[in-house]
Design a protein around this ligand. Structure first.
Ligand code: FPP
Ligand code: MG
Length: 298
């Protein structure tokens, strides 16, 4: 992944060698580089694959800079977030810079791959808007949640796998399906971890989604199984700063109604579907990516 980071550094340097932007860019968190790993595993022989991986990681980093402003997040990956350190204005502009630099590099790739990635960024932005709007009031519609996480998270993972397949001359639809299901499963696990993990492991506050207005899959399943009285109690906790007793209440009900298990099972099934789409290609490491993603704890 050093190589991908070096390409990303060179993109930024091409804009502002030795300047303030290059300096500020050092504080943008690097992350797990899941998307880059996926691209390099699929497009093994393409000489354009590292560049595609760097472009997609840059778009992803830009989207997280904006997301932390939108979500008012003070931590990202266990550290103070960029917006908390440098303010919302710098975070937004740094996101815009990374996003634009990535797009200008994207124009140098084959147009079918470039089209696939640029379409995904439109979907990703629409997904984030949908996330914000769904957080206005208690959403009980699972289809809306699934559509939102497809756009917000899975679209860029789908585009990573699909565009890598395009560069490698493989069947892009098979890899698109792999990426889409992997991406949806990834976000479901993210939403589960918000409930079951602790702040230290997560690197961000735990049980935070509900407070932010996000009714994620485990909450949708919990709501579905709750009695009328429990539904009222759950709604009283919505968007509230939760105390220790509230936290115990939520976790106890989640466990009683199997809401976490049901969500994890759904993510695993999507993982198997993802694998089914590309099994015949016998590419090393694509199965491991799914396992790592489902069994992670942050
Ligand atoms: C994280 O979701 C957010 C995303 C996966 C997408 C964010 C997209 C945008 C802000 C729009 C696109 C903008 C640009 C510049 C391309 P989350 O809040 O559920 O996850 P988290 O817990 O990691 O914050
Ligand atoms: Mg967020």
């Amino acid at each position: 992944m050093e190589r991908i980071s070096a390409i990303m550094d060179s993109f930024v340097a091409s804009l502002d060698e030795g300047g303030e932007i290059e300096n500020l860019y050092k504080s943008v968190p690097k992350g797990k580089r899941l998307r880059a790993k996926l691209i390099l595993k699929i497009a093994k022989t393409s000489h354009e694959a590292p560049k595609l991986a760097a472009i997609i990681e840059m778009i992803h980093a830009a989207s997280l800079l904006h997301d932390d402003v939108i979500d008012d997040a003070n931590t990202r990956r266990g550290e103070e977030s960029f917006n908390a350190k440098f303010g919302n204005k710098s975070a937004i502009m740094m996101g815009d810079i990374l996003y634009s630099v990535a797009f200008s590099q994207l124009t140098k790739l084959p147009s079918s791959a470039a089209m696939c990635v640029s379409n995904a960024v439109a979907l990703l932005s629409a997904g984030e808007l949908m996330d914000v709007q769904l957080s206005d009031s208690f959403n009980t519609d699972k289809d809306k949640y699934m559509d939102m996480i497809y756009r917000k998270t899975a679209s860029l993972i789908e585009a990573s796998a699909k565009s890598a397949a395009i560069l490698e001359g493989l069947n892009s639809e098979d890899f698109a399906l792999y990426g889409k299901n992997l991406g949806i499963a990834f976000q479901i696990i993210d939403d589960v971890l918000d409930i079951v993990s602790d702040e230290k492991t997560l690197g961000k506050p735990a049980l935070h989604d509900f407070k932010e207005g996000k009714v994620t899959l485990p909450y949708l399943y919990l709501y579905e199984k709750c009695s009328q009285k429990e539904r009222e109690e759950l709604k009283l906790l919505y968007k509230k700063e939760l105390n220790a007793q509230d936290r115990v209440w939520i976790k106890e009900k989640m466990s009683r109604y199997g809401a976490i298990e049901r969500s994890v099972k759904e993510a695993k099934e999507l993982g198997y579907e993802a694998l089914g789409a590309i099994e015949k290609y016998k590419i090393d490491g694509l199965k491991e990516i799914i396992t790592q993603m489902i069994e992670r704890d942050f």
